[in-house]
Design a protein around this ligand. Structure first.
Ligand code: FAD
Length: 417
């Protein structure tokens, strides 16, 4: 069923009785050409592009819970292409271009809103880095503007510009950045993949990976064994656990990241603002809630909920930047499990096991990567060679030390990226 304005009107006039579930609920078949483990944003996007770009149909996505129940439905929805280093720069640039045509491609309203992002800076050193990053973005063909304090004030008057500890020196403005509705992205990709014949199998946990003579032959699941010629692992925070099923030890740590939402308010922030020095960022959802977050909780964990010291830290940072926020009531908070890599950059690569592929290490920036990652991973799975946008996302860089992409310049400490 194609969605259109006319269809919405026609359905409205006839009691909305003609809508159908947007994907099937099939039982697993005994064998597929390709199995994707993980029905998050990256897994669903991979399935969509495998079917659309490579004409492959005999594919299953195996999801242990429900589609959209992982990080893809838990993030703070920021979409951007403002990276500095070669490797990341071209990948996120490609991903943002895919975002810009995504709603037409999926025939689904993912509420992609290019409302712009401002990264504040508060010292001469931070300003120098922002200018360098802006130049990298422009060289990559993306957009970047350096704002002075008055430029920031015009766009975000709610900021406390008199703060003595964190005076605002200006901001790096990325107009094409913005937000999208996270779970709609999962649903849109799911619907598109299903409509091309991909089996999306929920409540199907992968419990083992079958390997014979160095080659993958299928998976064991809570719904029985399923054979496959190729298997892609795309399970974000669970990457180390699932890779361990193939006796692989990944250079990934899982950490909790929290998000917070206030009650709905009239529009007061119409862009995304990041306050890196205070570990805080914020935007306002279309429903009016202020959506914000900060840094990781300070230890590795598989619990998809956070702890009060981090919540307190984030709220303190919010009050420092925008004291008026203290009047808003916080409605809820939650956590997600982040697959943190040692250099803060991802992996899209083959493994040493023939037919077994890996997509992980998205840290807390994997939502904006969803289309780009799905596109590149589909290319790798279908053609057995990396897509040019993701050619540097090699797993062996952590073994050899060559080609690391330490965007934050923080060294090999997972939780600092
Ligand atoms: C609070 C928070 C804020 C964030 N903010 C942003 C942001 O603003 N911008 C941004 O770009 N990124 C952000 N991120 C990061 C982003 O959400 C993730 O990097 C990205 O969603 C991870 O990829 P995914 O969508 O495929 O993961 P997921 O949705 O977690 O998908 C992985 C799936 O694998 C399934 N799975 C796991 N094990 C198995 C198994 N054994 N068998 C079958 N299925 C399995 C899980 O159930 C899950 O559904 C944020 C994350 C959090 C938690």
């Amino acid at each position: 069923m194609r969605y259109s304005g006319l269809r919405v009107i026609a359905q409205g006039l006839t009691g909305n009785k003609g809508w159908h579930p947007v994907w099937r609920n099939p039982d697993p078949r005994p064998e597929y050409d390709i199995i994707i483990i993980g029905g998050g944003g990256h897994g669903l996007a991979t399935a969509h592009y495998l079917a659309k770009e490579h004409g492959l149909r005999n594919i299953a996505v195996l999801e242990k819970g429900y589609l959209g129940g992982g990080n893809v439905g838990r993030n703070t929805t920021i979409v951007r292409a403002n990276y500095n280093l070669p490797g990341n720069s071209e990948f996120y640039s490609h991903s943002l271009k895919l975002w810009e045509g995504l709603e037409q491609d999926l025939n689904y309203n993912v509420m992609h809103s290019q409302r712009g992002i401002i990264n504040l800076f508060h010292s001469d050193g931070q300003r120098d880095y922002a200018i360098r990053r802006a130049n990298s973005m422009i060289n990559q063909g993306d957009d970047a503007i350096i704002l002075d304090p008055d430029g920031v004030r015009k766009m975000v008057p709610i900021i406390d510009f008199e703060n003595v500890r964190f005076p605002v020196y200006g901001g790096l403005y990325h107009p094409r950045g913005g937000t999208a509705r996270h779970d709609a992205v999962a649903w849109g990709f799911a619907r598109a993949a299903d409509s091309r014949g991909v089996d999306l199998i929920q409540n199907c946990e992968v419990t083992g990976i079958d390997i014979e003579n160095g080659r993958v032959t299928g998976v064991q699941t809570s719904r029985g064994a399923i054979r496959a010629k190729k298997v892609g692992i795309v399970v974000a925070g669970r990457s180390s656990q699932v890779a361990a099923m193939a006796s692989m030890r990944l250079p990934i740590e899982s950490h909790v990241l929290q998000a917070f939402v206030t009650e709905g308010l009239k529009p007061i922030i119409d862009t995304v603002v990041t306050f890196g020095m205070g570990h805080f960022y914020i935007s306002q959802s279309d429903k009016g809630g202020l959506v914000f977050g900060g840094d990781l909780d300070f230890y590795a964990s598989y619990a998809a909920r956070g702890n009060l010291p981090t919540a307190e830290h984030v709220v303190e940072a919010a009050m420092t930047l925008m004291p008026a926020i203290g009047k808003a009531r916080m409605l809820r908070s939650w956590g997600g499990i982040m697959d943190m890599s040692p250099d803060g950059s991802p992996v899209i690569d083959r493994t040493h096991i023939e037919g077994l592929y890996l997509n992980c290490g998205w840290c807390y920036g994997g939502f904006k990567a969803v289309p780009g990652s799905g596109y590149a991973f589909a290319h790798l799975l279908a053609q057995d060679r990396p897509h040019e946008s993701a050619a540097r996302f090699r797993l062996d860089r952590f073994r050899t030390g060559a080609g690391l992409m330490d965007e934050e310049g923080k060294g090999s400490q997972h939780n600092l990226h």
